[in-house]
Design a protein around this ligand. Structure first.
Ligand code: FDA
Length: 384
């Protein structure tokens, strides 16, 4: 094999490793992806009918407070000044998210100062003692009071988990996002924006190096015996699959997208509208044109995507790790197996069974490059 390193998966983790190895160490990198495109879940493509950039695997908003990551990504793309904001519909009324002072004033129908709102929420939250609350529902009420919990957290959580929050454990719930000011920016990070020419231009530029060969529509497991043992590997596919599910399947949630082109210039006036009511089956509607108000998109058509959340079964796209106690036990076994591999490193969201935002995937790839990959190639260290 004419490569110094094989990278399995061309998502942001794999791309960062490949780019650093080619540019910094002059290595020849072979990057495999089983999909027809590079970029992993951050990939986007224009809708064929309208030309509107659609994030194929769900809305992707770039944000980070990590200066190193921000400077790194700016080598490949500039960013727009987009700031993410979300609204939610509950019982026919619209409220800003995350729950903030505007949401609270609007919900209770009166102007309140931060202290007045805090006092009201504390009084309502006192209904249940948080120390003894066992379910997600009771814990939620003990944190924000019943009215806000039932309006903004109950239905959404039920739809996300397909489980009544009365049945979900409350142990891991320590806070629910409530702000006692009028700040309705979704992210608090120092840097935020969307890639000016789209995600795919950014991701393609990362792989644009004569030493990087990308093979799409190629499943690592079809080539495994030619690769493992012959060339070092950075593997960003599912860790349980790598070990042939020896410790069992890790569980994930997935999303079904219901995609529609609407014959109107603007469907909902905002990029993301959540639906908090239990009897609306979808969790939210994305309207991608609003991610780029600066672009000249058609004025008579728009794309919308309704999102339906559910547990993933084999063959589904794994999106969010569920991370039950059994999952954590299995993961420990997979970590032991991974540590015993001398020529394979495991990274990215599938390789570590961790939800990672884009900036976290890039940041952790940069750390892996510094701490393991560079020493391995430059100093003959091992992958441990
Ligand atoms: P990623 O999953 O992107 O890439 C892994 C690649 O490996 C895939 O291309 C896959 O095809 C390939 N692969 C797997 N097995 C293989 C095999 N056997 N052979 C060959 N190839 C194989 N982040 C953020 O910052 N802001 C946001 O708004 C969002 N929004 C968001 C929405 C949704 C619905 C999800 C699921 C995720 C987000 N994210 C996000 C997170 C973001 O998608 C994530 O940080 C990156 O995808 C992580 O990149 P990775 O390279 O780790 O995985």
């Amino acid at each position: 094999m004419n490569a110094d390193l094989v990278v399995v998966g061309s998502g942001l983790f794999g791309l960062t490793i490949a780019e650093r190895c080619a540019n910094e160490l002059g290595l020849k990198v072979l990057m495999l992806d089983r999909r027809y495109h590079i970029g992993g879940n951050a990939y986007s493509e224009p809708d064929p009918d309208t030309g509107i950039e659609v994030h194929k695997y769900g809305a992707h908003l770039f944000h980070t407070s990590n200066k190193r990551v921000w400077e790194y990504v700016n080598r490949f793309t500039s960013f727009t000044s987009y700031q993410h904001r979300v609204f939610t519909i509950f019982k026919g009324r619209v409220f800003p998210m995350p729950v903030n002072l505007a949401t609270i004033c609007e919900y209770f129908g009166k102007a309140m100062s931060p202290d007045e709102a805090r006092a009201l929420v504390a009084e309502q939250a006192a209904e249940i003692d948080g120390a003894t609350a066992e379910s997600f529902e009771d814990k939620g009420i003990s944190l924000v009071g019943r009215p806000l919990y039932e309006a903004f957290f109950r239905g959404y959580t039920l739809k996300q988990w397909q489980t009544d929050p009365k049945e979900l454990p409350g142990a891991t719930l320590t806070r629910l996002p409530v702000r006692y000011n009028f700040d309705n920016r979704y992210f608090n990070d120092t840097y935020e924006g969307l890639p000016s020419e789209g995600y795919t231009a950014w991701l393609t530029r990362m792989a644009d190096h004569p030493n990087i060969e990308v093979k799409l529509d190629t499943d690592f497991f079809d080539l495994r015996s030619d690769i493992v043992g012959n060339v070092p590997v950075v593997y960003t596919g599912p860790v349980d699959q790598y070990f042939e599910y020896a410790a069992g399947d890790l569980s994930w949630r997935t999303i079904d997208f219901d995609y529609e082109v609407k014959p109107v210039g603007d469907f909902q006036g905002t990029p993301v509208m959540n639906y908090a009511d239990e009897d609306v089956p979808y969790t939210r509607i994305i309207e991608p044109r609003h991610f780029h108000p600066e672009r000249d998109y058609p004025k008579d058509k728009t794309v919308i995507m309704r999102e339906f959340s559910r547990f993933a079964v084999k063959g589904d796209e794994p999106y969010y790790p569920i991370n039950t106690a059994e999952d954590r036990e299995k993961l420990l076994k997979y970590r032991e197996l991974a540590n015993a591999e001398t020529q394979v490193l495991f990274g990215g969201r599938l390789g570590t069974y961790k939800y990672l935002d884009m900036h976290m995937a890039i940041g952790s790839a940069l750390s892996m490059f510094d701490n393991l990959v560079r020493p391995y190639f430059a100093e003959g260290a091992t992958f441990e």
